[in-house]
Design a protein around this ligand. Structure first.
Ligand code: PMV
Length: 360
C-alpha cells in the first residue's frame, strides 16, 4: 500500500455531532525504533509487546460547523483541565493528517484525555495518547463512510497514529506488533504496524512487564531530538542493519520459546539504543546510576536463581523488567527485596502483555 491508499474517496454520510471514546495501551519495544526519515518513516523496523494496564483513554466530541473553518478548531482537556500547552503538538499532527482525514476542518473538536499511569511517572504517553486519538478520529471517519472495511480501519488507525508519534503505530493492536518494512516479514510496512504474522510460543502470551520508576518526571532529551541525531551518526548504518538481523533472529525465538536467546537479543537492543545516545553528537546519557545498579542486580539474580527475568529500556532512565508468568512470584519477591530501593519513592508499576485498544 502507498500513502495515497489512505486518502478517502467521497464520504457517503453526514454527521452533525456526537462523541466517541477509545482506550489505547502503551507498548514496550523489544527491537527499538531509533532514527527516522521523511514524515515519520522509520530508519529500521521495530517490534513491541502491547501493554495492558498502562493506557490512555480519549473522548472526542465533535460538532459540525455551519461553514468549514479556515483553521483547525479544537480544544484539549487533560485529566479535567484545559491544556493549551498541548495544542501546538496536536495542531502539527492535524496538519500532517488533514489530507487523509479531510473532514477535520468541518468540525469543532473537543479532546478529553486521561492516562491510567501517573503523569509524573516518566512513562511516555505519546504512544498511547496518539493511538487513542487516531482511533477516535477513524471512528468518526467510519461514521462518515460506514462501508469502511474493518481491517482497513485498524490499518489506517495505525497509519494516522504513526504520523503523531512513530511508536504510537504499534499501540493499536496486540499482543506482538511489528512496524517497519522487514524483508522476511510478510505484510510489513513503513507506513503502519501489523500484528506479528508468525507463530508465537505460548510462554509469550502472558509475559509480564514491571516498570521500575527510576526517575519520575520529564526526560531531559526528547525522542524527536534523539531520532534526529541518528542522521550522520557514525554507527547508524550498522545499527539499522542490526535491527533487521535481530528481527530475523527473533522469528525462531518466538516460535520455539527459547528464553535464553530472547534475553540476549532484548537486552542487547536496550543497551544498543542507549549506546547510540552516548555516541551521537552532541552525546548524552539518559540512564542514571540507579538504572545501572538495577541492571547489575538483575544479572546477579538471574545467575543465582536460573530464572529468565531480563530488562529493557526506553528513551529514559526507567527499567522494564520482562519475565514469564511462571516466574512471577519469585520475580515480584526479588523486586521487593532488591530493586525497590533503586526506584524513586519506591514506585513501580506491574503490567503485562495486552490485546490492544478498545472502544469504550
Ligand atoms: O515514538 P517516539 O518518537 O517517541 O520514539 C520511541 C522510541 C523508543 O521508545 C526509544 C523505541 C521504540 O521503538 O519505542
Amino acid at each position: 500500500m502507498t500513502e495515497n491508499d489512505f486518502v478517502p474517496a467521497a464520504y457517503t454520510h453526514s454527521i452533525q455531532e456526537g462523541f466517541v471514546t477509545w482506550k489505547a495501551p502503551s507498548n514496550i519495544a523489544l527491537i527499538k525504533y531509533w532514527g527516522k526519515t521523511g514524515t515519520q518513516i522509520p530508519a529500521n523496523p521495530s517490534i513491541s509487546f502491547t501493554l495492558d494496564g498502562c493506557a490512555t483513554t480519549t473522548t472526542l466530541k465533535y460538532r459540525k460547523m455551519s461553514l468549514p473553518n479556515e483553521a483547525f478548531s479544537f480544544e484539549i482537556w487533560f485529566e479535567g483541565s484545559l491544556k493549551n500547552a498541548f495544542k501546538p503538538k496536536i495542531e502539527t499532527f492535524f496538519k500532517r493528517i488533514e489530507t487523509y482525514l479531510p473532514f477535520l476542518k468541518d468540525y469543532h473538536i473537543t479532546i478529553e484525555t486521561s492516562n491510567t499511569f501517573p503523569h509524573s511517572s516518566g512513562i511516555a504517553s505519546s504512544a498511547s495518547g496518539m493511538a487513542a486519538l487516531a482511533l477516535c478520529l477513524l471512528d468518526l471517519e467510519k461514521q462518515l463512510y460506514p462501508a469502511m472495511d474493518p481491517l482497513f480501519f485498524y490499518k489506517k488507525a495505525s497509519f494516522i497514529a504513526r504520523l503523531g508519534s512513530g511508536s504510537a503505530s504499534r499501540s493499536i493492536e496486540g499482543a506482538l506488533v511489528l512496524w517497519g518494512a522487514h524483508q522476511e516479514t510478510r505484510g510489513s510496512s513503513d507506513l503502519y504496524a501489523i500484528k506479528y504474522p508468525y507463530q508465537v510460543h505460548k510462554v509469550f502470551e502472558d509475559y509480564n512487564d514491571t516498570i521500575l520508576l527510576v526517575e519520575e518526571g520529564e526526560k531531559q532529551v526528547s525522542s524527536s531530538v534523539g531520532h534526529d541525531l541518528m542522521q550522520g551518526h557514525p554507527y547508524a548504518d550498522r545499527r539499522f542493519a542490526q535491527a533487521h538481523e535481530n528481527i530475523s533472529k527473533l522469528k525462531d525465538v518466538f516460535a520455539s520459546g527459547d528464553l535464553t536467546e530472547f534475553i540476549a537479543i532484548v537486552e542487547s537492543e536496550a543497551l544498543t539504543l542507549h549506546a547510540m545516545m552516548m555516541t551521537s553528537r552532541p552525546y548524552y546519557l539518559l540512564m542514571k546510576p540507579n538504572t545501572l545498579s538495577i541492571i547489575d542486580t538483575i544479572w546477579e539474580f538471574r545467575r543465582k536463581s536460573k530464572t529468565h527475568v531480563c530488562f529493557t529500556l526506553d528513551a529514559g532512565a526507567n527499567v522494564h523488567l520482562l519475565y514469564p508468568e511462571s516466574e512471577k512470584e519469585e520475580v515480584i519477591q526479588f523486586i521487593k527485596d532488591e530493586l525497590v530501593v533503586y526506584c524513586e519513592n519506591g514506585h513501580y508499576i506491574c503490567d503485562g502483555i495486552g490485546l490492544g485498544a478498545q472502544k469504550m
